[in-house]
Write a protein that binds this ligand. Structure first.
Ligand SMILES: Nc1ncnc2c1ncn2[C@@H]1O[C@H](COP(=O)(O)OP(=O)(O)OP(=O)(O)O)[C@@H](O)[C@H]1O
Length: 213
């Protein structure tokens, strides 16, 4: 379980948000919402350990993240809003490179199956620079299918995806949740996911929301 209390974030000379509380348990999702500039990316980067927090405490499995940093990072997958893929490498090579950097071996069959499920069948060996924006997003999202991480933190995962890819991604997220995974994501669009969900709106007090069936 991930739990955060009293989070505050400063950017430049501004306090972006304060007193943010959240929690996500196995099988649950949290959608972070808010206007452009409200601090959604900043919050996700803080939760992923990529940006400093001004105030507050983040706990993983009941212990401060600072005390269990290695375990937390081993169980976390963060995807930023940019695809973060290498243009000169193929989709397949990108998956292998990301896995190697993370120190998690990836077999060929798993990588190929991930690219096919995400709709890149026949595009596996093309250099990423010739892929469309949506296809590049799919390469990044294929990492989800190669991951054993329990907590997924995804910044705008639906951006640039067509209708079919949105449905594929929802199915991947539902599978993750049904296996007891946890999900925190940002999106400007309404998303229907399985399991129990909540929304956290930055700029206004958090509003509980029933999970979609
Ligand atoms: N290093 C920085 N220095 C100064 N201001 C920053 C810095 N990083 C981010 N900001 C500002 O913090 C605010 C929040 O940015 P953030 O990317 O978290 O917003 P967001 O809610 O994700 O926005 P969007 O919906 O547009 O993606 C913005 O006004 C941004 O310009």
């Amino acid at each position: 379980m991930l739990r955060a209390h009293g989070l505050a974030c400063d950017r430049g000379d501004r306090r972006l948000f304060s007193a943010v509380d959240l929690s996500v348990s196995p099988g649950e999702w949290l959608q972070v919402e808010g206007a452009n500039g409200a601090g959604k990316t900043s919050l996700l980067r803080i939760l992923a350990g990529l940006a400093p927090v001004a105030e507050g405490l983040i706990e993983w499995e009941g212990r401060p993240v600072a005390e269990v940093r290695d375990d937390y990072h081993a169980r976390l997958l963060y995807l930023g809003h940019a695809p973060a893929i290498k243009e000169d490498l193929s989709a397949l090579e990108n998956l292998h490179t990301t896995a190697a950097v993370a120190g998690r071996p990836l077999d060929e069959a798993t990588a190929m199956a991930a690219l096919r499920r995400i709709g890149l069948k026949g595009r596996e060996d093309l250099p990423a620079r010739v892929l469309s924006q949506g296809q590049k997003r799919r390469v990044a999202l294929a990492r989800l299918l190669c991951s054993q991480a329990r907590l997924w933190i995804l910044d705008e995962p639906f951006v640039a995806l067509d209708v079919a890819a949105v449905a594929q991604l929802c199915s991947i997220l539902d599978d993750h949740l049904s296996r007891g995974g946890m999900l925190i994501f940002t999106s400007h669009q309404a998303v229907q996911l399985a399991g129990t969900g909540a929304s956290l709106r930055l700029g206004t007090p958090p509003a509980p929301r029933e999970g979609a069936a």
